[in-house]
Design a protein around this ligand. Structure first.
Ligand code: MF3
Ligand code: CO
Length: 273
């Protein structure tokens, strides 16, 4: 995807601008999470996020990206990522993945969460919980690892330890992020051979595992955006933007910087302030 393009290592000031963008994304997430319920359309969720981003004086990063027509990606049930908000009405038990990006002073934040609506199938809740745990394990691995490949190792370990089998999507991966939403390096969610980039201060990455309840194979719908599972099983997607600083890691799109979830994994966050 990025070939041999150089990694953009950020300064403290640049990471602080990314933190401001990350907090806008966190605020948009919180508002959507509060609003989401059966009967709303995915376009309704988009309007909620657009209002928060505009109110914060920030810019939505997805809108207009390669012609993308909305502020959010909202991906429901067998949709994995890049679902376009529209008149689809949410139903009880739906698995709803919400992805949001914002720009502040030219610097990006990007994050996603999945929510399972009331009357949930417990297996769908487990799918989302496992994907979330895989994301946090991948983030925690950045705190102690030598190279970026530790993320894929950690995601695979969480999936392997789960009591049921999940597919780990491979066609869509995490990415460097900074003065653009998508930058090198790619961040794989599976174990791979070969050397990955060294982890060092100034590296900022979006960690975003996608799991399915069946096969890992994907398909793109006629709209040229929506990615669905080939076998029709449901999928979940979780994502955070993370900065590596001189003292440790900082989850820029988490309101608390990742403190609570990372403490559970034995990691202390180190805001680069
Ligand atoms: N957050 C998505 C990604 O992770 C980006 C969505 S791109 C858009 O990398 F084109 F849909 F806007
Ligand atoms: Co992303």
């Amino acid at each position: 995807m990025f070939g041999r393009e150089a990694i953009e290592y950020k300064t403290r000031e640049q990471v602080q601008a990314m933190r401001r963008a990350g907090l806008v994304v966190a605020q948009a997430h919180a508002a959507v999470r509060e609003a989401v319920r059966p009967g709303l359309t995915t376009a309704d969720l988009d309007a909620v996020a657009a209002g928060v981003i505009e109110g914060a004086g920030a810019t939505p990063s997805f809108l207009g990206y390669h012609g993308y027509p909305a502020t959010l990606c909202v991906s429901v049930n067998d949709e994995i990522v890049h679902g376009i908000p529209g008149d689809r009405q949410l139903e009880p038990g739906d698995v709803v993945s919400v992805d949001c990006g914002a720009i502040v002073d030219g610097w990006h934040g990007d994050a996603a969460f999945t929510v399972v609506l009331p009357d949930a199938d417990p297996a769908d809740v487990a799918l989302s919980d496992t994907t979330e745990r895989a994301m946090w394990a991948g983030i925690a691995a950045l705190a102690t690892g030598e190279r970026l490949g530790v993320v894929g190792d950690a995601v695979e370990d969480v999936v392997a330890a789960a009591p049921v089998t999940y597919g780990i999507v491979q066609e869509y991966v995490g990415h460097g992020i900074g003065s653009a939403m998508h930058q090198p390096p790619e961040v794989l969610n599976y174990r791979a051979r070969g050397k990955s980039p060294k982890l060092r201060a100034g590296l900022c990455v979006a960690i975003e595992p996608m799991l399915t309840r069946g096969s890992r194979m994907t398909q793109v719908l006629e709209d040229d955006w929506t990615v669905v599972t080939e076998d029709g099983t449901r999928a979940a997607h979780w994502e955070h933007t993370v900065a590596i600083g001189p003292e440790g890691i900082w989850v820029l799109t988490a309101a608390d910087g990742g403190a609570q979830r990372l403490a559970e994994l034995g990691v202390t966050v180190a805001p680069w302030e």
